[in-house]
Design a protein around this ligand. Sequence first.
Ligand SMILES: Cc1cc2nc3c(=O)[nH]c(=O)nc-3n(C[C@H](O)[C@H](O)[C@H](O)COP(=O)(O)O)c2cc1C
Ligand code: SF4
Ligand code: SF4
Length: 610
Amino acid sequence: MATCGLAAGAAETKKAFEEALADRGIEARIVPVGCLGHCYAEPLVVVHTPEYPPLCYYNVSAGRARVLVKAFLEEGDPLQEFLYGAKEINDLFPTVDDFPRFSLEKKVVMEKCGQIDPNDIYQYIRTGGYAALAKALASDPEAVIGQVTEAGLRGRGGAGFPTGKKWQLARKSPEKERYVICNADEGDPGAYMDRTILESNPHQLIEGLIICAYAVGAQEAIIYIRAEYPLAVKVVRNAIRQAREAGLAGKDILGSKYDVEVSVFEGSGAFVCGEETALIQSIQGLRGMPQVRPPYPVEKGLWGKPTEVNNVKTLSTVPLIINRGSEWFKGIGTSSSTGTAVFSVVGDVVHPGLVEIPMGTTLRSLIFDVCGGIPDKKAFKAVQIGGPSGGCLPSHFLDTPVDFDSLTLAGAMMGSGGMVVMNEDSCMVDVARYFIDFTQKESCGKCTFCRIGTLHLLNILDRITKGEGIEEDLDTLNILSEEIKEGSLCGLGKTAPNPVLTSLRYFREEYEAHVREKRCPAKVCRALTAFYIDLDRCARGCDACVGCCPVEAIFTTPDRKKGVDQEKCVKCGECMVACPPEYDAVRKVSPPELAPIVERARERAPDGNR
Ligand SMILES: Cc1cc2nc3c(=O)[nH]c(=O)nc-3n(C[C@H](O)[C@H](O)[C@H](O)COP(=O)(O)O)c2cc1C
Ligand code: SF4
Ligand code: SF4
């Protein structure tokens, strides 16, 4: 069970199954598996019985687990009302593949995620695992590199550098002591692709990592995982131990005379440590600060020796290329971006979660078909792609294909796979402020432009969201952003201004409304909004809002309706939630001056007279 399932209550569900099965004397095996990517449907359970095809149930709470045991496993009713679909084609039930969320995806990296027990190496081996390693070890390292190059695999960690080319550079080094590192730092807010893969199928990554080590001629392989991923660290450590015991890691792997030690290094959780040179510094016990490149890590990396650094998804793709061939891989995706892309799609979509799609799928198809579109009949406003340094793209980019080059051309970037979808209620100035706040705090401080420049950007954006922006701020934001890009050493500073630049380019009118009219069109920025109660809709004496206001800002009007004291109101919005839907009387406006002035009832005199 991966973190997302556990957060949704999978451990309680498992316990409920165990207890209900024991109570009813039913013998069944419970196999905890990793994550299928359908976070919105967790805990997901697949029930295998002799009578029916494997049946997949969604949102299985502990209570629902007990009902399933009684009704299905004891009484034979498969409870169609809780059923997501069958996992095999059959005459009785729709299959999960009938849902676009399944049918439009193409699982390559995540093929076995949610299908096998990540803590059992033999489940991986039984499904063809480690066959690619055996195949690679039986061939020349150059041939392995040739196959990866021919497949057109590009790094999934952000920059999209051709993987085979990087391996070749490391292999060609005259230095014989070499290292490979799997970059599982994954610090982007809201992104959890790599964590899920580590927790759901660690052996595919370890297999890819050892193939990489063999190809470049390394003697040591390190998996760098942030310490905030304790479950991933535990699962991967266990998998390494199992691989070593099975003769698939360590000395004389599969009798090939090739040795490689695999270990885990726990990072301390700084976003900048995902940058490869900072990551290497941190393994060496130094402060995680990016270094000047060249020399690149493939020339001079860990301990000054050639070091190949690759992302989790890049390495997890390698066994499939070796097994099925580069032509197969090239058949997926586009000519310059082969294979699949894994995204964690979060924000305003009906079906958030992890999706794996062929490169070249349009953003529209990804957001509306695969992820079910925008909930509550709201309109799509923007999608932020590429982590905190990605760009915010408006609706006229929805037909952009998801691939390395098209996204860069549009002003966003593939990044490592973080995607945030926003509906009409999002304020783009506030969104830019949020991301700059993140990158500013995560700047390592080495470069003045990144350290101070992002702070200036943040201060300006803060002012604008408070209604204190001035006309020149818009030009300053543009100029400063370009200068930060120019004057920063590493990718953090070079891309940090992207959310500002793209939101300014595509949503300029929102910035202008904040600056010129002191108005937030999305009614998000607190200083520019106000709540009031529509007296035509307020139900005399309902009082639902009064009880929930944390600052006693709601008063009674002369005709015993309610009003908001604008001086006291902290704009928490609780009254809006509390007001019963049949009255729906609380309104939010921007600018605040639009809130009408409401007369208060006179205080009662101590003798009870008005
Ligand atoms: C600020 C910053 C953070 C990064 N974080 C990650 C990360 O979490 N995971 C990752 O694989 N690459 C990250 N990268 C990219 C790495 O520097 C490097 O390019 C990547 O690990 C190479 O692997 P690939 O060739 O498989 O893409 C980051 C880069 C920057 C500038
Ligand atoms: S750009 Fe920012 S994060 Fe990168 S080295 Fe310079 S100060 Fe550090
Ligand atoms: S928005 Fe919050 S503080 Fe303001 S009146 Fe409503 S409940 Fe009270």
